[in-house]
Design a protein around this ligand. Structure first.
Ligand code: ZN
Length: 298
């Protein structure tokens, strides 16, 4: 396993981690400057932050600082209540994919969606199997565009607590089943697949089949991204109470050892949503803590 204790060469900052500084919105250009000033080599920005700053501006800053993008957040949200909604979701995903290309991202991360309307508290139906079928169809349709553009898609399985509203793909095994159905390839293929997975320790740490799932993903080089934060006890909010690495109960180094044994050699991306703690602190403190914990707890 790579030694992270001496430097932060393989640290990436998911820009949601510092989307607020001392409780106030922090624009993406300032986030980029603060990362570059610390020798952080990679980021993974969110679309809303990119749109607020302007795609051209962000693209220019990324190039100016020689930053890499460990991913682009995010595409997905495929299910819809009607045909028009399905078409709109696919169109939006194509735009996200084009933006990921413009920014030179390693992959477009997919949070696949779930029951239409549930995110707003009004699920259109209770048929999660239908939602899962729409996810499969949506990824299949987007894959054509992704292959043409050479932009890999990374399915991110989310913790089952999000199965109703954010993602009905909830385990690594389920994500890999989709990969193998939609993008079959012989074991041992060396090149990057068109369809792979993002392994986020927050979403997957509890899974008794995680180690074997990571090994299965590795056999086809499907691990496109590795996200870290920590699981706090108690967790006070289902979405926005993620912990800094080392503050919770996830054995992150163990999971990283599995991911690297499976052949992953990319960035370790810190992704923390934290309304009650880290988003209230100055972003300089948050980034410095990310660097320190990347060395000591990842
Ligand atoms: Zn993630």
């Amino acid at each position: 396993m790579r030694d992270f204790s001496q430097d932060h060469h393989w640290l990436s900052i998911n820009t949601a981690t510092v989307r607020k500084s001392s409780g106030r919105d922090l624009p993406l250009p300032q986030i980029i400057e603060a990362c570059a000033a610390r020798g952080i080599r990679a980021i993974s920005p969110w679309r809303d932050q990119v749109h607020a700053a302007g795609l051209d501006v962000v693209s220019g800053l990324v190039k100016q600082h020689g930053l890499q993008l460990s991913g682009y957040c995010r595409g997905g949200m495929f299910p819809a209540a009607d045909a028009a909604g399905l078409r709109a979701a696919l169109d939006d995903n194509r735009r996200a994919l084009d933006e990921a290309c413009e920014l030179g991202a390693a992959c477009l991360v997919l949070v696949v969606g779930a029951l239409p309307g549930a995110l707003d508290g009004r699920a259109a139906h209770k048929d999660i199997a239908r939602a899962r079928a729409q996810v499969k169809d949506g990824i299949a349709a987007l894959l054509e565009h992704a292959r043409a553009q050479g932009m890999p898609l990374a399915i991110e399985p989310l913790h089952p607590m999000y199965a109703a509203d954010r993602a009905c793909v909830n385990t690594l095994a389920q994500a890999l089943d989709l990969c193998e159905a939609l993008d079959p390839r012989p074991p041992g293929s060396a090149e990057t697949p068109a369809l792979g997975v993002a392994v986020d320790v927050y979403h997957t740490w509890w899974d008794p089949l995680l180690e074997q799932g990571i090994a299965r993903a590795g056999r086809a080089q499907r691990i496109l991204a590795f996200h870290v934060c920590d699981w706090l006890t108690p967790t006070r909010d289902l979405l926005n109470d993620r912990g800094m690495m080392g503050d919770g109960v996830i054995d992150i180094p163990r999971i990283r050892s599995w991911v690297e044994a499976a052949g992953f050699t990319g960035f370790s991306e810190v992704e923390i949503f934290s309304t009650q703690d880290w988003w209230l602190r100055p972003h300089d403190e948050v980034l410095d803590t990310c660097i320190a914990r990347h060395r000591s707890a990842v």
